[in-house]
Design a protein around this ligand. Structure first.
Ligand code: COI
Length: 354
């Protein structure tokens, strides 16, 4: 039955916005999974991606010896569709996700969809699931593209077949804190990435290893973990699911993407918005001690958006930062979300109406 549901091809007339999502409690969306109706699948063998198709969201058939299950050969992306007041849907910089997937695929020895194939798949998924896009101001439809080695393999080698899959879920705020400031814990023992590893790409294998650090920090009452570099054990890297920025005076700094830092699309957008506001933005090495001097700290990511950090605890010392309505973080958040939701005119060509 699972295989049958994947095979069930949905013609455009089979999906529509007619059925409402009235039962949804749009005011209380968190980042839990509420699978939207349709997913998109496109298979690839011999470096050729066949025509993709929409089908009902459901289980997929996967060989027990698939590359992804055995060796973690997989990548994911995260992006969001917003609903404008006029009902139109907006995607934010989908070309950037497409390009990042290609870079990651090259690193993980996988073929990747073309930019057009990627954008078309995301667009089809968003439109087919239109009823799951929250009303304006209530959240977004989180879209999760996956590229995995789905073909069977025993020896350590690239899989013989790949699956590109896109599913979606309506979401609200990522952290249970909502928009309230986060309390981060600097991790001394575990590291997120190593030089020469795959920390700079969105490999699925970058995420499970941080679960232990997150759970330890949460048990101690913290919101999430801030990792340090694995060589010197003193420079800021990133938070489990997002990039980090610090503000001191007119200077906004964020760790440089030199291989261990994920090239976040929100990160890149905030760098541009902050520069437009006249801040001096520096991508560089940031020793953890600089937190002592920082005025503000904030995190950026697709899921996280721009989240204020109220405190960071390092080796038992808690450092506090400015947050609130007058903060730079709040200003950057409002501008970004304004552009993403169509409330602020997009002069940058970042938004993509569908
Ligand atoms: C995103 O921000 O889209 C991510 O990929 C982070 C994920 C761990 C939720």
């Amino acid at each position: 039955q699972a295989a049958a549901s994947l095979q069930q091809v949905c013609e455009p007339s089979a999906y529509s916005d007619d059925e409402s999502a009235d039962h949804m409690d749009w005011d209380n969306l968190g980042f839990g999974l509420t699978p939207a109706d349709y997913m998109y699948t496109m298979k690839c063998s011999n470096d050729y991606f066949e025509k993709g198709r929409l089908s009902r969201y459901g289980k997929i058939e996967l060989s027990p010896s698939s590359g992804v299950l055995n060796y973690g050969q997989g990548l994911f992306e995260g992006m969001k569709a917003y609903r404008k007041e006029d009902g139109q849907l907006i995607l934010f910089r989908p070309d950037q996700n497409a390009t990042r997937l290609q870079t990651g695929a090259e690193r993980m020895c996988m073929p990747s969809p073309s930019i057009d194939q990627f954008i078309d798949a995301v667009k089809q998924t968003a439109l087919a699931n239109k009823r799951w896009v929250p009303p304006p101001g209530k959240g977004s439809l989180y879209i999760r593209p996956l590229l995995v080695g789905s073909g069977p393999i025993l020896g350590l080698a690239p899989a013989p077949e790949y699956t590109f899959l896109v599913f979606a879920s309506p979401v609200g705020n990522y952290f249970k804190e909502g928009l309230a400031p986060l309390n981060l814990y600097v991790e001394d023992e575990f590291h997120r990435a190593t030089p020469g590893g795959a920390g700079g790409v969105k490999a699925i294998s970058n995420y499970a290893p941080v679960l232990k650090a997150i759970s330890r920090a949460k048990n101690r009452g913290f919101s999430d973990v801030l990792y340090l570099d694995s060589v010197n054990k003193k420079n800021l890297e990133e938070v489990s699911s997002c990039n980090i920025f610090i503000l001191k005076g007119n200077i906004i700094s964020t760790p440089a993407t030199s291989g261990t830092i994920l090239a976040g699309i929100t990160r890149k957008s905030i760098i541009e918005i902050a520069s437009d506001y006249g801040f001096q933005v520096e991508e560089r090495t940031i020793p953890v001690d600089e937190l002592l001097e920082a005025d503000e700290v904030f995190c950026t990511g697709t899921a996280v958006v721009v989240a204020p950090v109220g405190s960071i605890t390092y080796r038992g010392k808690r450092i506090e930062f400015k947050t609130g309505a007058q903060s730079v973080c709040r200003e950057l958040y409002s501008t970004l979300v304004g552009i993403q939701t169509g409330l602020i005119k997009d002069n940058k060509g970042w938004t993509f109406e569908i």
